[in-house]
Design a protein around this ligand. Structure first.
Ligand SMILES: *[C@@H]1O[C@H](CO)[C@@H](O)[C@H](O)[C@H]1NC(C)=O
Ligand SMILES: *[C@@H]1O[C@H](CO)[C@@H](O)[C@H](O)[C@H]1NC(C)=O
Length: 469
């Protein structure tokens, strides 16, 4: 019930046909997404102007509703790989550069040009669920950075050109699995307040945790956007300082400032900022801040585009916004029943996706912006013998997913999208056998069952679909 309520609340669309599946282990949490971060503004600054600035032609740019790099049109053939910063660390429990290199090589062989990574991770993991947040945090306390984590992002950005890739870099996350907007508010609030965590899937207990109503959580996180809120000045300061820290960071391996690095395709202001009375102004101000630091890279709000045409306009209208991105989540939004194996169920999800892609492409065209489907995903087949937690193992079939991915690819191209990025690449990672609180860095963030939306390097049929995209 808690899960259902959460799913429905998360779906601001009014299109909720009946209720959503409830396979054992299938959670529909509040959103699904990922992103990354950095440190040391001042220390690294002295190397700042070391190298000659790269030729402007190497930066991906927008012209009308198209992306270009040099004289060639640039299509985002993308993979969400939010884990990159942590896996890219030199040492520690999350570090695994061997895996990143293998994952990027595999993605490259499929023609993937772009990864979407997270440049943020705030606050310590709440006890006693150590993996409900990314660890170690990039920002353990307001304005304090763990430079070893930032150096992981340095390493990833330095590696991307070898694979001919660029990155969409998320500067913040709305959701709590990396700390997120609510953590910034909690740090700033006086008197101190607790984050009203909504119910989440507990991978050990295999049930939903007790949680605050979804609306209470969103109201709390949205305080980051409200200039009249008592926590706002400090929370907002932490966000803005973080934006500065990332955008002006000097890569410790290459000496290039991130803002001068063509490996960055776009800065994303936040992963999935939710609609609220103040969010449009916040996005406009944040976009202006980024543009004041870096006028060359594309800037996108990071919205899902799930709230209709007026909200799309509001969230993308600011002059600092130069790229639109949208997310489509059929199951999370109650538009797909994951335990229904029928073709009719799949076709229903595809029909909703078609309408969404066509609508959002038209809205972006009206604003003269290119648009990228920065997230789309579908769980592994969750019926029959594979139902429940087993559905998340690499052995579970992916028939609906493969068909859905192919349909997304086709429709995005036909509708004039500048590309798309599937959620998410797990590559060589494998979920633990049975319930486990251990974070395996698959494509699923820590509050979701490992393997749910993951594409493994063993998913040959899915990889074939992606290569043909
Ligand atoms: C989802 O599909 C399964 C299998 O057909 C069915 O038993 C279940 O009632 C469906 N759930 C919803 C909410 O329609
Ligand atoms: C790195 O990742 C690979 C694939 O997930 C795994 O086999 C290997 O054990 C990992 N290495 C470390 C040091 O965790």
């Amino acid at each position: 019930m808690a899960r259902l309520a959460l799913l429905l609340a998360a779906c601001v669309l009014a299109i909720v046909p009946g209720s959503v599946h409830a396979a054992d282990g299938t959670t529909g949490t509040t959103g699904t997404t990922g992103t990354t971060g950095t440190t040391g503004t001042t220390g690294a600054r002295q190397h700042a102007m070391a190298g000659a600035p790269p030729a402007p032609a190497m930066f991906v740019r927008a012209e009308g509703t198209r992306l270009w790099r040099g004289a060639a049109e640039y299509t985002v053939r993308g993979a969400n790989y939010w884990q990159a910063m942590h896996l890219g660390m030199a040492s520690g429990p999350s570090a695994n550069r061997t895996r990143v290199l293998a994952d990027l090589a595999r993605l490259r062989s499929l023609g993937i040009t772009t990864v979407r990574v997270l440049a943020a991770a705030e606050g310590a993991a709440p006890h006693p669920m150590p993996v409900q947040r990314l660890a170690p945090p990039l920002m353990p306390a307001p304005g304090r950075y763990d430079d070893a984590v930032f150096a992981g992002l340095d390493w990833v950005l330095a590696a991307l050109p070898r694979f001919g890739m660029t990155a969409i870099v998320s500067l913040a996350n709305y959701w709590t699995w990396s700390g997120g907007a609510a953590q910034l508010v909690a740090w700033a609030d006086r008197p101190a307040s607790d984050i009203p965590y909504p119910a989440q899937w507990d991978p050990v207990a295999r049930e939903m945790t007790e949680g605050a109503p979804y609306d209470a959580f969103v109201d709390y996180a949205n305080r980051l956007f409200d200039p009249d809120d008592r926590a706002n000045p400090r929370a907002q300061q932490t966000y803005r300082d973080h934006v500065r820290a990332v955008v002006t960071r000097i890569n410790s391996l290459t000496g290039t400032a991130y803002r001068d690095d063509p490996a960055v395709l776009a800065w994303e202001l936040m992963n999935e900022p939710q609609a609220s009375p103040h969010v449009a102004r916040w996005l406009a101000e944040s976009a202006a801040l980024v543009r004041s630091l870096d006028a060359r890279h594309l800037v996108t709000p990071g919205a899902e585009c799930k709230n209709g045409a007026a909200w799309f306009r509001r969230m993308h209208a600011a002059s600092g916004v130069t790229l639109a991105t949208c997310h489509f989540w059929a199951a999370n939004w109650g538009l797909y029943n994951a335990t229904d194996p029928t073709a009719r169920s799949l076709q229903g999800a595809i029909a909703h996706m078609h309408a969404f892609v066509d609508d959002t492409a038209a809205w972006a065209r009206a604003l003269g912006l290119p648009v990228v489907l920065a997230e789309y995903g579908l769980g592994r087949d969750a019926w029959g013998a594979g139902a429940g937690l087993q559905a998340y193992t690499p052995e579970a079939s992916v028939t609906h997913r493969d068909a859905f991915y192919a349909a997304v690819c086709r429709r995005a191209r036909e509708a004039g999208y500048a590309g798309s990025a599937f959620w998410a690449y797990a590559g060589r990672a494998r979920p633990a056998r049975g319930p486990s609180a251990e974070l395996r860095w698959t494509g699923d963030p820590p509050h979701e069952p490992a393997g749910w939306n993951s594409v493994f390097d063993s998913d040959r049929s899915t990889l074939r679909v992606l290569r043909a995209c």
